[in-house]
Ligand binder design. Structure first.
Ligand SMILES: [Zn+2]
Length: 75
């Protein structure tokens, strides 16, 4: 007698898990369905927005540093 877990493993074979909800999905896929795909896309967008803000912040810092160095050097 094999347990239901063995049966599932045999039935699905090698598989991956949805990166959003962790459900078992066929190999080669990243998401279990459209819902998780959508939330992954919105998550990526949020991440991109955040890195953009960080980039602007860094550029702003560099500009300030440049001005300070210019003022000190020219003083
Ligand atoms: Zn999912």
């Amino acid at each position: 007698m094999s347990s239901w877990k063995d049966k599932i493993q045999k039935k699905y074979g090698p598989h991956e898990h949805c990166i959003i909800c962790g459900r078992a999905i066929p190999e080669g896929k990243q998401y279990c369905g459209q819902d998780c795909k959508d939330s992954a896309i919105s998550y990526e967008k949020k991440k991109k927005k955040k890195s953009k803000i960080q980039m602007y912040f860094l550029i702003g810092m560099m500009v300030v540093m440049f001005i300070v160095m210019f003022l000190m050097g020219g003083g």
